[in-house]
Design a protein around this ligand. Structure first.
Ligand SMILES: O=C(O)CCC(=O)C(=O)O
Ligand SMILES: [Fe+2]
Length: 227
């Protein structure tokens, strides 16, 4: 069982929350091994070629592997409830539908048809520059990354980091400690913050610090599709 109430509170307070042990260790190993199965993916990105960092990732093709499809659609409804709370706090009228199938139908109708779940692979010296996974007008405001490798065992360094850009203020950084199988839920872009003079928005970015040794795999679950 996922403690969604705590996850929601931490997202409200910090823009990120950990779900401990979202995947069992066997499932982590199985998911990381998919990286070698080129036929499962629609494209491969070598980060250095684009100035995104160092390391690589691949976007899955549709149909997604069944466990990934299930994870994406099962995580969506509780996250949509949080996202809708954020929409209200920001004074925005649009609401996210209850099911991921409905949300994807909206993405597809808007021309965002390409699947966005991805597997990432980092080796010694690799890193992922601070970024936002925006792929078109439709943006689901929360996303999930699952650490598939074991820190201190499979790799060292390579920490998940977030920054929060506050209006006319200095940025705040957050390092998220993860164990193998843990997931981090975080804001894709903007989130509401309660200030003394009402709600204001901050913009988040995420990335990964330099790997000191070993190999690190992650599974990224993004809920909007790409144009
Ligand atoms: O490797 C990571 O921990 C971050 C992956 C990432 O950028 C993502 O899932 O969008
Ligand atoms: Fe990302």
């Amino acid at each position: 069982m996922i403690a969604w109430e705590r996850v929601g509170e931490e997202l409200d307070a910090f823009g990120c929350a950990v779900i401990p042990g979202l995947l069992a260790l066997d499932d982590c190993r199985a998911a990381a091994a998919l990286y070698e199965r080129a036929n499962l993916f629609r494209s491969r990105v070598v980060m250095e070629r684009h100035g995104f960092g160092r390391g690589e990732y691949q976007y899955f093709s549709y149909p997604l592997p069944a466990p990934l499809e299930a994870l994406r659609s099962n995580l969506y409804p509780p996250l949509a409830a949080i996202a809708n709370r954020w929409q209200a706090a920001l004074g925005l009228d649009a609401r996210f539908p209850d099911s991921h199938a409905e949300y994807l139908a909206r993405c597809h109708a808007a021309g965002q048809v390409k699947p966005t779940p991805l597997l990432l692979r980092y080796r010694a010296g690799d890193y992922n520059c601070l970024h936002q996974d925006l792929y078109g007008e439709l943006v689901f405001p929360l996303q999930v990354a699952v650490l598939l490798s074991s820190p201190g065992e499979d790799f060292d360094g390579g920490e998940f980091v977030l920054t929060e850009q506050r209006p006319r203020m200095q940025s705040r950084a957050e390092v998220v400690p993860l164990k193998q199988g843990d997931a981090v839920v975080f804001a894709v872009n903007q989130r509401p913050v309660n200030g003394t003079r009402g709600v204001y928005r901050v913009a988040m970015r995420h990335g990964v610090s330099r790997l000191r040794s070993g190999t690190r795999h992650t599974l990224g679950i993004i809920f909007h599709d790409a144009g």
